[in-house]
Design a protein around this ligand. Structure first.
Ligand SMILES: N[C@@H](CCC(=O)N[C@@H](CS)C(=O)NCC(=O)O)C(=O)O
Length: 221
């Protein structure tokens, strides 16, 4: 069996989770760089891999797989058990819960990205939605902060795929909310970005495809 993993990736997007994880677990991989610009994500060839035309998607173990959470679970089970918490592990339920919580963070990031970036004209945007989504994102992040105030990583047993999935959200959220003001998160973010695998993934991420500003404030009403 070919152990290499192929990742379809858009820089700065959720596929960064998988790119980062591949570096954490030192899994041999190839990256197919995609872009939100143009029609690549809607190409029939890519839709055969990812039916909604979204990233991440991977080719792994003779099949393709989409959904970042499922990909991380598969890679833990097949190649990197140290980053998973297998059935029977005392933190199994916590691992699953927080791994999927990363998409609760993700839905607010997606809304804010749509409002600030995808909708290009001011008349298309809603400052009300922007403000609401920023507040809801901060609330969701506070749930993460409450855990990492008392320890380095999301699970007491140590760094895991949860920190990659949630950590991507914490990192990206800094473009929309004052993450460092949320108790626990400044230190957690600093620990995440200090990881050599995070830095290696950043170096491999590719040119900015989505975000060009460090911070996107809620516009004045
Ligand atoms: N729940 C999916 C979400 C995937 C997703 O929405 N990816 C975005 C990038 S962050 C995308 O590909 N968007 C392209 C589009 O909406 O056309 C996951 O976690 O993999």
């Amino acid at each position: 069996m070919d152990d290499r993993v192929t990742l379809w990736h858009v820089p700065q997007s959720r596929s960064f989770r998988v790119l980062w994880f591949l570096h954490e677990a030192q899994i041999a991989h190839d990256v197919i760089q995609m872009s939100f610009a143009g029609k690549g994500l809607r190409d029939p060839g890519f839709l055969a891999v990812s039916p909604a035309g979204r990233v991440p998607a991977v080719r792994v173990d003779g099949r393709t797989l989409f959904e970042s959470g499922a990909i991380l679970e598969w890679l833990c089970e097949s190649r990197a058990p140290q980053f998973g918490r297998a059935p029977g592990h005392p933190e199994r339920a916590d691992w699953l819960e927080w791994l999927h919580y990363s998409e609760t963070i993700g839905q607010h990031l997606a809304q804010l990205t749509q409002q600030h970036i995808v909708l290009r004209e001011d008349w298309m945007r809603s400052p009300t939605v922007m403000k609401l989504e920023a507040m809801r994102l901060a609330r969701v992040l506070a749930g993460v902060g409450s855990v990492v105030q008392g320890r380095d990583w999301m699970l007491a047993s140590g760094f895991s795929a949860v920190d990659v999935a949630v950590g991507y959200g914490v990192h990206l959220a800094r473009r929309f909310v004052q993450v460092d003001d949320i108790p626990g998160l400044a230190g957690y973010h600093a620990r995440l970005v200090a990881r050599p695998a995070f830095q290696a993934a950043q170096a491999a991420d590719g040119p900015a495809d989505i975000y060009t500003r460090d911070f996107y404030p809620v516009p004045e009403f």
